[in-house]
Write a protein of this length. Structure first.
Length: 278
């Protein structure tokens, strides 16, 4: 395990991070980037866990934080992992075995998610031990640092979502493929951001904004502007219809939801940078 650094990005994650890091073997180096700049969190964690280094950073998004962390890594491999999933760290041995088998010629290796939406995130057949896959889920990615730097760091225009999809896509164009291992299984345990009840709607709409912004931005990188506009035209029409509908029937919750979605898509189509921040 001395070949691996675990990388965790947090933002107001005090509700789960303490329990999560208890599961990580003390022999593994850990780097935490806290985008909420919580000094108490840094002091408490580094005091109790000598294998963990926690850095406070301005919240410029997941991609920016991950790139910052990679610059601190001194091991051959790193595991980018979200604190809101259940993961058996002994499974790292499966990842290392496959990495050696592939002679480190891979973009990323990840586990099977037992609770993911198969339509939005395709997985290999459960009958296979492992297999090639277009993209690894961003909440658990095992990567060779040198290969990562060769492919190119995460695109920091992605504040949230699709940074891993873009990375795997760029890697494949360079001849580096991604693999899923089925005997390593993980599941989500919920939201990693701790907010007040009255803030839930606000943060949900921010996530909606970034998801559609990043989805179109990735499409434009992959297919070009014209084809992406054609692809997203029906989506735009459906969103506008729902905005008008929920305005008429005075459903404020859904009106705000679809207005956030439209605004994120509109800004992305215009070529404006991802600007909405919590």
């Amino acid at each position: 395990m001395n070949e691996i650094t675990v990388v965790i990005i947090t933002y107001k994650s005090e509700n789960i991070i303490y329990e999560f890091i208890k599961k990580i073997p003390k022999t593994i180096k850990v780097i935490i980037i806290d985008n909420s700049q919580n000094y108490e969190l840094k002091k408490n964690i580094e005091k109790e866990h000598k294998n963990i280094s926690l850095f406070l950073k301005e919240n410029n998004g997941v991609s920016s934080a991950l790139n910052f962390a990679v610059d601190k890594i001194q091991t051959k491999y790193f595991l980018q992992i979200s604190p809101d999933i259940e993961f058996n760290f002994n499974d790292l041995n499966f990842f290392i075995e496959l990495a050696k088998e592939k002679k480190d010629n891979f973009a990323a290796i990840g586990p099977r998610f037992i609770d993911v939406n198969e339509k939005s995130h395709k997985q290999i057949s459960e009958k296979k031990e492992f297999g090639q896959i277009d993209s690894i889920h961003g909440s658990c990615m095992f990567i060779n640092k040198d290969t990562f730097l060769d492919i190119g760091k995460f695109d920091e225009n992605f504040f949230l979502y699709f940074e891993e999809t873009d990375y795997c896509y760029r890697a494949k164009k360079k001849g580096f493929f991604s693999y899923q291992i089925n005997k390593s299984k993980v599941k989500s345990i919920g939201r990693s951001v701790e907010v007040e009840i009255d803030e839930n709607e606000y943060y949900s709409n921010i996530l909606i904004w970034h998801f559609i912004w990043s989805k179109y931005y990735f499409s434009r990188k992959k297919y070009g502007k014209l084809l992406s506009i054609i692809i997203f035209l029906p989506i735009s029409i459906r969103i506008m219809f729902r905005i008008v509908l929920y305005k008429i029937i005075k459903n404020e919750l859904l009106f705000k939801k679809y207005k956030s979605r439209f605004d994120g898509l509109y800004k992305s189509i215009k070529g404006e940078k991802s600007s909405l921040r919590p």
